[in-house]
Design a binder for this molecule. Structure first.
Ligand SMILES: [Zn+2]
Ligand SMILES: [Zn+2]
Length: 254
């Protein structure tokens, strides 16, 4: 199950009105999602589907970020503007081939790499036939870490799925196990939630001190996980203060 670009764009608009604390971020995300939708559509229309096919989109993304991004992102956009084609390509390749973790990329470059690779990976994943076997902690299509978890109602309870941070593929994952280190002891896997987001929780692990956010669709069927994750960004900051690291930071590095 994937969410259309239009649904993500609309949800970002809705939440920007109801979650004032994350409003600015959601409005910026909405602009990025519109850009990503157009990259997705232009890739679908083109015959070339290798990573270099993304190079022509850099200029547009740089202009968007310079106009709508934070001062530090605008600075990174200006630096990227000076980079050669080869440097831009190597930025994309290094993330696509898992040579670097996005959290380790210099400055704010992670946003640019992900903003371009997400629609690319999602386009390729949509064309492939995938089997949902076992319970891998990395994406069965592109090998990236999950961005978040989602709980869907099933029988009397809910089933947990992970959503890929790059290609948005969703796959089933056992409920009581840490996707980062494999810890299975329930006592070491605390779950945190906050009153203002009763359908959002943090599945944490006291063995590796990471967490993954989970969106509970049995409590809020309107949620679009990737967008609601941004709306509830205050929980990420709470986790940081409590020494839990996110398994994979979102598009904005949080
Ligand atoms: Zn993936
Ligand atoms: Zn763990």
């Amino acid at each position: 199950m994937t969410y259309s670009w239009d649904r993500r764009i609309a949800r970002a608009g809705e939440l920007s009105r109801t979650c004032p604390a994350a409003s600015e971020l959601l409005i910026f995300y909405q602009q990025l999602a519109r850009f990503q939708k157009s990259v997705f559509e232009r890739l679908a229309a083109a015959g070339e589907h290798d990573v270099p096919a993304l190079l022509p989109f850099f200029a547009e993304l740089i202009a968007l970020v310079r106009k709508a991004g934070s001062p530090s992102l605008a600075k990174a956009a200006a630096a990227l503007e000076m980079d050669s084609k080869e440097e831009r390509l190597s930025l994309l390749d290094s993330v696509w081939q898992h040579q670097v973790e996005t959290g380790d990329l210099a400055g704010e470059y992670a946003l640019f790499a992900q903003a371009l690779l997400q629609p690319y990976a999602e386009f390729l994943a949509g064309k492939s036939q995938m089997t949902d076997e076992g319970s891998p902690s990395l994406c069965p299509f592109c090998g990236s870490k999950p961005q978040l978890a989602v709980l869907r109602p099933e029988g009397d309870g809910a089933k947990r799925f992970l959503i890929c941070s790059l290609c948005a593929t969703e796959w089933t994952y056992r409920r009581v196990i840490c996707p980062n280190c494999g810890e299975e002891n329930k006592d070491r896997l605390p779950v945190f939630s906050a009153q203002e987001f009763d359908y959002v929780r943090l599945d944490a692990c006291d063995t590796c001190h990471t967490y993954i956010k989970a969106i509970d669709l049995s409590k809020n069927g309107n949620a679009v996980p990737i967008v609601d994750e941004l709306a509830s960004i205050s929980l990420n900051l709470w986790a940081q203060e409590n020494k839990y690291h996110k398994m994979r930071p979102n598009l904005f590095g949080v």
